[in-house]
Design a protein around this ligand. Structure first.
Ligand code: PLP
Length: 388
C-alpha cells in the first residue's frame, strides 16, 4: 500500500532568510568567487573551534580537502594509506589521485568506526598515513589511533565529513593532534554550503602548502616579499596545483549555517533521543552514544536489524519506502565496490564486522526540519515494518 502522506525524504537542508540575504548581498557586491566572505567563513570556523593556532582553509568540497591534505603530507606513488572499508569512496579515492595505494581495514562492530587493532595489523614499511572517519558523527578512537601513528611515525588525516560538532575527551574534532582534519558542507551534512569543505591544521607548513595547491600552485610569497616594488599583477607558479577554492556565494551560506550549528545540534540530539527511546524494546540495534560528556554530531541515524527482527534489510527498506519514508544505507562498504574489490582482490570475509553491519543496516531520516510528527511517523513505520 502506498502512503497517503507526502514522502518524507531521508535528508533536507535547513536554509533560511539570513542565508538567502547573504547570498543576495554577495551577488550585489560584484564579488562572487573567493573573497571577503570566504575569508570571514574561515575566521568564523576557527573561532568556532576556539583554539589558537588553527589554520582553516575553505575548499569547494571535502574530497578536495582530503586530496590537498594528503598531497601536503607528501603522499605519493609507493606509499600506503590505511582507511576504513566502511566509508564513502571519497575517503579513499584521493589516495589513488596521488598514485598511492589504499589499505582498507575493518571496523569496530560497536562504533562502526575504524578498528585501531586492524590499523596496527595493516602497517607495512610503505605505510605513511591513517585516515579515520568519525562515522555518523561519533568520534573514532582517536587516542588509540594517535598513539599508533606516533609509535610508527605515521600522519593522521581525519575525514571529519560527519563530525561537526563532534567531541572526544571533551575536545572538538578539528582541535586534536592530527596533521589535518577535513570537514564537509555537502547538501546533507550537518551544515551546508551546497558543495564545500574546510581543511584545518595547526601546522604552518602544511597550511602554506595547501593554500598554494588550493589555487593552481600560485605562490604569493614572491609577491608578499616584493609588494613595495612589484605591481599587483605579479605571481609565481610553484607547482601544478588544483582549483579547489570556495566561492563567496557558497561561503555566504556557510557563515549563517555555522551560526545556527549549535541550534541544529540540539534538534539532532532530540530526534536521536526520541528514536532511541522508541526503539529500545524492539529487535533493533540502535546506534552507539558518545561517551558521557562528549558530543555525537548525529549526522546519520544508522539502525541495524537485530537477530530477532524477522525481516531482511532490503525488504525492511521497501516497507518503509511504501510508507513514504526515505532511507539510505551508509555505506555499501568499499570492499564490495567493483573498483576497490578488483584492484586489491578484496574478499568480504576479510571485513567481517563491516560486512555484518552492512547487511543489517539502514539510515533513517534525521534532520533539523523534521517535526515531532515526522519523527513519530518514522517510528510508527519502523514498528509496522518489523511486524510485516
Ligand atoms: C560526504 C563525505 C565525503 C565527501 O564530502 P564532499 O564535501 O561531498 O566532497 C567524504 N567522506 C565522507 C565520510 C563523507 O560522508
Amino acid at each position: 500500500m502506498i502512503s497517503p502522506l507526502p514522502f518524507l525524504p531521508f535528508a533536507l537542508p535547513e536554509l533560511g532568510e539570513e542565508e538567502i540575504a547573504e547570498v543576495v548581498d554577495t551577488l550585489r557586491s560584484g564579488w562572487v568567487t573567493t573573497g571577503p566572505k570566504a575569508r570571514r567563513f574561515e575566521d568564523d570556523f576557527a573561532a568556532f573551534l576556539g583554539e589558537p593556532g588553527l589554520h582553516c582553509l575553505a575548499v569547494n568540497s571535502a574530497t578536495a580537502g582530503l586530496h590537498l591534505a594528503l598531497e601536503a603530507i607528501g603522499i605519493g606513488p609507493g606509499d600506503e594509506v590505511i582507511t576504513t572499508t566502511h566509508t564513502f569512496t571519497a575517503t579513499a579515492e584521493v589516495v589513488r589521485y596521488l598514485g598511492a595505494d589504499v589499505v582498507l581495514v575493518d571496523i569496530d562492530p560497536a562504533t562502526l568506526c575504524i578498528n585501531p587493532a586492524c590499523v596496527e595489523a595493516a602497517i607495512t614499511p610503505r605505510t605513511k598515513a591513517i585516515v579515520p572517519v568519525h562515522y555518523a558523527g561519533l568520534a573514532a578512537d582517536m587516542p588509540a589511533l594517535l598513539a599508533i601513528a606516533q609509535k610508527h611515525g605515521l600522519k593522521i588525516v581525519e575525514d571529519a565529513a560527519h563530525a561537526l560538532p563532534t567531541t572526544i575527551g571533551g575536545a572538538l574534532v578539528g582541535t586534536l593532534a592530527s596533521a589535518v582534519t577535513v570537514f564537509s558542507f555537502y547538501a546533507n551534512k550537518t551544515i551546508t554550503t551546497g558543495e564545500g569543505g574546510m581543511v584545518v591544521t595547526r601546522d604552518e607548513a602544511l597550511a602554506k602548502r595547501m593554500k598554494v595547491m588550493r589555487l593552481h600552485g600560485m605562490s604569493r610569497d614572491a609577491f608578499d616579499r616584493f609588494t613595495a616594488t612589484v605591481p599587483s599583477w605579479y605571481y609565481e607558479i610553484v607547482a601544478p596545483g588544483f582549483k579547489y577554492n570556495l566561492t563567496d556565494i557558497a561561503a555566504a551560506l556557510g557563515i549563517h549555517q555555522l551560526k545556527r550549528l549549535r541550534g541544529f545540534q540540539v534538534r539532532r540530539e532530540q530526534i536521536a533521543a526520541q528514536y532511541a527511546a522508541a526503539f529500545a524494546d524492539l529487535p533493533l540495534v540502535t546506534p552507539p552514544q558518545a561517551a558521557p560528556g562528549d558530543t555525537h554530531a548525529w549526522h546519520l541515524y544508522v539502525l541495524r536489524l537485530g537477530d530477532g527482527a524477522g525481516v531482511e534489510r532490503d525488504a525492511f527498506i521497501e516497507r518503509l519506502f511504501a510508507a513514504g519514508i526515505g532511507c539510505s544505507v551508509h555505506y555499501i562498504p568499499l570492499h564490495l565496490q567493483p573498483y576497490w574489490r578488483d584492484r586489491y582482490a578484496l574478499k568480504r570475509e576479510d571485513f567481517p564486522h563491516s560486512q555484518h553491519a552492512f547487511e543489517r543496516m539502514l539510515t533513517l531520516p534525521l534532520y533539523t526540519r523534521m517535526t515531532d510528527a515526522d519523527v513519530a511517523r518514522v517510528v510508527g513505520a519502523v514498528r509496522a515494518a518489523l511486524i510485516g
